[in-house]
Design a protein around this ligand. Structure first.
Ligand code: F6R
Length: 261
């Protein structure tokens, strides 16, 4: 795992994606507040003619259970607002797990099949929850978990309820890509900003690989970067030292740390 600490998470992430653009056929995306400005930068690069989405395919991590695609707080509608309405990705190449289905088990299997049929995800952009969740793989999620229906943790509901006008409308379940679905991606870029994420990041990078902190499973992904601001990196810096270039990980593993400013 590579850890990069920078005051410009959005700019670094956008530059990294644009730099690899031609080799990314299938892009995995996250919702949530963290990547929104990265998507804003990608929209700028689309408008200035640097990149096009026309031949890309995208898969989102998750969707609230019970929300129709056109519900304003559905993750599909959020992605349309934050990115898709501005760029030239054909609608049929934009995939989000189903929020509504007659048969969720079959729909989750179909989502995995669609990813596989597309050739797998080249790079998956992730955020992380304050409890260390990735996608909606909450605490307790196994490394071999696949796309499925899950219960949301109380901390996840608390972190997202403000997006809903009426708190009773906030779903307490979701359909999420699994840990194994994410681990299958050829590259993973996890973004974290702010002090609220520092504990989860420290456990994910320096703790044991365990279902107690689902993001820790990424330690054994062969091509994973954690891109952090200094507040989110504070817990790692406490264990490794501000000028250290390696952070300890599980099983005697060490992770490189680069401080860009
Ligand atoms: C969203 C997702 C979640 C978020 C996480 C952080 O698709 O998969 O894991 O990335 O809850 O959310 P923010 O970025 O709002 O702090």
């Amino acid at each position: 795992m590579r850890v990069v600490v920078t005051s410009d998470v959005d700019g670094y992430a956008a530059d990294l994606l644009v730099g690899k653009w031609d080799s990314i056929r299938v892009l995995g995306l996250a919702t949530g507040s963290t990547p929104v400005n990265v998507y804003g930068r990608l929209i700028q690069r689309y408008y200035d003619g640097t990149i096009s989405f026309r031949t890309k395919r995208t898969f989102n991590l998750d969707e609230y259970l019970g929300l129709a695609p056109n519900h304003p707080q559905s993750y599909r509608a959020t992605m349309v607002r934050d990115l898709m309405q501005y760029v030239d990705l054909p609608d049929e190449r934009f995939h989000v797990p189903p929020g509504i289905s007659d048969d969720y088990a079959a729909a989750c299997t179909a989502y995995e099949d669609d990813i596989r049929a597309a050739g797998g995800v080249d790079l998956w952009v992730l955020g992380v929850g304050v409890d260390g969740h990735i996608a909606f793989n909450e605490v307790g999620s196994a490394r071999d978990s696949r796309t499925r229906v899950v219960d949301l943790a109380e901390s996840t509901v608390a972190a997202n309820v403000s997006y809903f006008d009426d708190s009773d409308d906030m779903p307490t379940q979701a359909v999420t890509a699994g840990v194994a679905t994410i681990m299958d991606a050829r590259e993973v870029l996890l973004l974290a900003k702010g002090a609220a994420k520092a504990d989860a990041i420290a456990r994910a990078v320096c703790g044991d690989e365990s279902a107690d902190t689902p993001a820790s499973w990424l330690q054994s992904h062969g091509n994973c970067t954690f891109l952090l601001d200094s507040a989110a990196a504070a817990g790692i810096v406490n264990s490794a030292g501000a000028d250290a270039t390696r952070a300890p990980g599980a099983g005697g593993r060490e992770h490189s740390i680069e401080f860009l400013d």
